[in-house]
Write a protein that binds this ligand. Structure first.
Ligand SMILES: Nc1nc2c(c(=O)[nH]1)N[C@H]1C(S)=C(S)[C@@H](COP(=O)(O)O)O[C@H]1N2
Ligand SMILES: [Mo]
Length: 398
């Protein structure tokens, strides 16, 4: 860890500048997402517009020469790796979408109140992350590829940050992933020092963060301090008392946190971003555009759009990179990344436009929010609905 990192869990005097168009959900800690149309304007999300999800102040790590990450626990060691040590490992660029488990929470809260940051549909972004593979860093300290359990009984890899979070009583943010995933080079887990070809910004984990593709954002720990091999999964707050999926029957008076596993992969998801709910449109052709993605490296097989609340459906066009046909699972398609979609529908009267995606394992988004309601409001992946008001005299300037 570098000098000057620790300033106290309520000291927000050292926050970085942010783009004025971000929609701020909370200032301290800073939580913000881009506007819907800005989000789907490009396949790669510009760093400035990428959603920002924090649980405490942004650490100030300005003396980069004194920075190191410690790899220890049941890995033997401990070994300190400087940023130069990490940069000397083979560099990979992985395009992966990071999605907060709380994305679309506000919509879930309308059905029945939930606790958490009130996200619209843009608590995600797609970036090209540059860095070393975690599997290579672990190999460097003596943990071979495809290790499920170390001789000393290590089964999980815990990432520990330098930030200070109230939920951890001023301690650091922590999360873990299974060792077998961490030591699998094909899982593409990175120790990332670049985002979209630039040095990582402070908001996104400068100087070094974990990127765990296909898994909820909460496991991609920013501002790494330590990486420890441990016997059981991390006992951190964000693994044990948050980011778990409960059934609709569990509420705050009967919750038993230990009965559920920490959420890892996210399920299939999509949302329309070209339209706001309850907006007025001129009768005629309306463009329905948005994003779709699934967890665990599963591609998007299909995006269905309904112009009439789910009675009839048409298939949207899907795309990632210009001039390259998107085929789920094809080597030319980014397996950890979202697809953008577009469809043109005819709107002649007030109606509800619906989007639902199907992933390469034929998983489909659930129809109703009630069936997946959970008290923390995570993983709202129900069909995304936009109500439109057909307004013949609408002036085109609107
Ligand atoms: N150290 C640390 N890492 C963290 C967090 C945090 O508060 N502290 N938030 C997590 C959550 S919940 C999400 S969704 C992502 C958000 O990453 P971003 O701010 O780069 O978009 O970071 C994760 N990593
Ligand atoms: Mo998150």
């Amino acid at each position: 860890m570098a000098q000057g990192a620790l300033r106290g869990p309520s000291d927000y005097s050292g926050e970085p500048p942010r783009h004025p168009s971000l929609r701020i959900n909370a200032k301290e800690p800073f939580n913000a997402e881009p506007a819907r149309r800005d989000l789907v304007a490009s396949y790669i999300t510009p760093v400035d517009l990428f959603f920002k999800r924090n649980h405490g102040p942004i650490p100030v790590l300005d003396d980069i020469r004194s920075y190191y990450v410690t790899i220890g626990g049941l890995a033997g060691g401990p070994r300190r790796l400087s940023l130069d040590d990490i940069r000397r490992l083979p560099k990979y660029n992985v395009t992966a979408t990071l999605q907060c488990a709380g994305n679309r929470r506000t919509e879930m809260s309308k059905s029945r109140k939930v606790r958490g940051v009130g996200w619209d549909v843009c608590a995600l972004g797609n970036a090209t992350w540059g860095g070393a593979k975690l599997s290579d860093a672990l190999q460097l300290v003596g943990v071979p590829y495809h290790t499920e359990i170390t001789p000393s009984g290590g089964k999980h890899v815990e990432f520990v940050s330098v930030d200070q979070c109230p939920e951890e009583k001023g301690g650091p943010y922590k999360a873990s992933i299974p060792l077998g995933q961490a030591t699998n080079p094909a899982a593409d887990i990175l120790l990332a020092y670049e985002m979209n070809g630039e040095v990582l910004k402070r908001d996104h984990g400068y100087p070094l963060r974990a990127i765990v593709p296909g898994v909820i954002g909460a496991r991609s720990v920013k501002w790494l301090d330590r990486i420890d091999i441990i016997e059981e999964e991390s006992q951190g707050f964000f693994m044990q008392k948050d980011y778990k999926m409960f059934p609709p029957s569990v509420d705050w008076d009967n919750i038993v946190w230990s009965t559920r596993k920490p959420q890892m992969d996210y399920p299939v998801q999509s949302a329309i971003c070209s339209l706001e709910d309850m907006s007025a449109v001129k009768p005629g052709q309306v463009t329905v555009a948005g994003y779709a993605l699934s967890g665990g490296g599963r591609g998007i097989e299909r995006v269905d759009i309904s112009p009439d609340g789910g009675k009839s459906w048409l298939e949207a066009h899907r795309y990632q990179k210009k001039g390259v046909q998107y085929v789920a699972g094809n080597v030319t398609s980014d397996k950890w990344a979202w697809v953008l979609f577009k469809a043109i529908v005819d709107v002649n009267s007030d109606t509800e436009i619906v989007a639902k995606a199907v992933d390469s394992s034929a998983n489909v988004q659930p129809e109703s929010v009630e069936s997946i309601w959970n008290l923390r409001g995570i993983l709202n992946t129900c069909w995304h609905r936009i109500r439109l008001l057909a307004t013949p005299n609408l002036r085109s300037s609107m």
